[in-house]
Design a protein. Sequence first.
Length: 441
Amino acid sequence: MSKQFKIIIVGGGIAGLATAIALRASNRKIIVLEQSSLNREIGAVISLQPNASKIVEMTWNLAKTLQAKGSMVDEGFQVYNLDGELQMRIPLSTMEKYGAERMLYHRVDLHDALKKRATSKEWAGEPAEILVSKRVTHCDCEEGVVYTQTGEKFHADLIIGADGIKSIIRDSILGTKIPALRTGHSAYRMILPVDKLLSDCKAFCDVVDPRAPYTTMVMAHNRRMIMGPSRNGSVYSIVAMVPDEDMNENTTDTSWTTHGDIPKMCELFADFPEWARGPLSCVKDGEVGLWQLRDIDPLPTWMKGRVILVGDAAHAMLPTQGQGASQTIEDAEAVGTFYTDILDGNDAPLEQIKAINEKIFACRYRRATTIQQYSRQAAKPATEEGSVKIKMSPSEFMDYNCSYNGALKWARQQTEQERVADDFRKMSIAEREVKTQEVAL
Ligand SMILES: Cc1cc2nc3c(=O)[nH]c(=O)nc-3n(C[C@H](O)[C@H](O)[C@H](O)COP(=O)(O)OP(=O)(O)OC[C@H]3O[C@@H](n4cnc5c(N)ncnc54)[C@H](O)[C@@H]3O)c2cc1C
Ligand SMILES: *[C@@H]1O[C@H](CO)[C@@H](O)[C@H](O)[C@H]1NC(C)=O
Ligand SMILES: *[C@@H]1O[C@H](CO)[C@@H](O)[C@H](O)[C@H]1NC(C)=O
Ligand SMILES: CC(=O)N[C@H]1CO[C@H](CO)[C@@H](O)[C@@H]1O
Ligand SMILES: CC(=O)N[C@H]1CO[C@H](CO)[C@@H](O)[C@@H]1O
């Protein structure tokens, strides 16, 4: 007799919701356990690289929903130096090259669209159920059980760890606490109404049209501003990156998302062109977030027993390439793809689940880890010391980052990658750690 295939997803962020969408099918019971009340998504612009936007907009059919919320096609990068001169303008006609567009969304809009897509009855497959205020404390990977803070126990055939950079599922898999690492960078971030920019920051708008679908950067040796619109050009997001040691903000280790101090921020960007500084001094107190940027080293494994990690839990990376969410979406698609045939809980003995998770790991590990490393590289100083000439190009990593056509095609193309992952699986955990450090260098 047929039995439901039971799936628990820990974490209701972009990773958890995307994986719920990818796994939705009839005869599958999907429960997402989220610690928060899930209405506090951070307001910011988030970009999806072409092949991830293809998964979200085409495979999962969310193009119309996101368009109604004001999604924008990113038409290119423009990069200014400290003298305020335009140093490069790189149009991104990604449609032709990559078969999809690089998209700009408001984070809240993307999160909401994914949430509806995962839980609404309008779509095929049994809807996923989200249980909020459920903080998971640990899991038994072999037995397939997760435990919450209030003493509840949830059994599943498959457990997805989508609980972000501070993942506790990761600790249960590895048997050790993996810390989020300071990267030496922090970022002030703010999101401004475009009307306000047009009226209060004329000098800025004379140089950069805040309604235009372009990603604009102003780059100094070790500080940079990364900016772009969302919601049909009605709001404008600014991320201002600085080295930690210059920041002098009083942050503690337990929280790395705090309020930014506007005078301190303005002081740090005092040598930026006057037009570029305009928006920094026209935000109000309380509207600037300060985000200590962290990532993790490549992990020796993402899986154990019935459990596999996705998203930031598996490969938290710096936002320098706007790839965190894209890699997450690719993970979700891979999980959905490799589980296509498991529609009955009777077909989910431990050995079968382990074998499928290994395939997912083999398919995803190398690519996500490589992009994680590129994201660290892309945080390196943008100019020679004392020079304004920018030596890095934002399109440098695009080809690799964007040449992805779903898990199956990738897996077929990347035999070499499979071989590496295969070798990796045969190693002991200690050997894997050595290997991982080599990759990290
Ligand atoms: C302000 C901001 C801007 C960003 N901008 C970009 C961008 O432009 N481009 C880009 O590609 N990426 C960006 N990122 C990164 C990107 O959002 C993430 O890489 C991506 O969303 C994957 O996140 P995730 O779902 O794995 O983790 P998270 O978003 O951290 O979600 C994890 C979820 O799990 C829940 N959770 C954690 N622990 C537990 C537990 N023990 N029990 C139950 N639930 C738990 C959390 O409450 C949370 O909801 C940005 C991130 C932030 C914060
Ligand atoms: C954004 O523009 C699209 C296309 O013109 C429109 O359908 C949508 O309603 C707009 N949404 C918002 C939030 O402005
Ligand atoms: C930082 O904050 C802590 C706790 O609020 C406080 O005790 C400490 O004095 C502060 N340090 C500085 C340098 O402001
Ligand atoms: C963009 C992408 O998928 N990279 C691949 C992404 O899709 C295009 C078109 O389907 C492929 O040609 C690329 O190889
Ligand atoms: C496979 C691939 O295209 N990799 C490229 C990714 O981007 C880096 C940085 O430009 C290149 O060095 C790689 O060759």
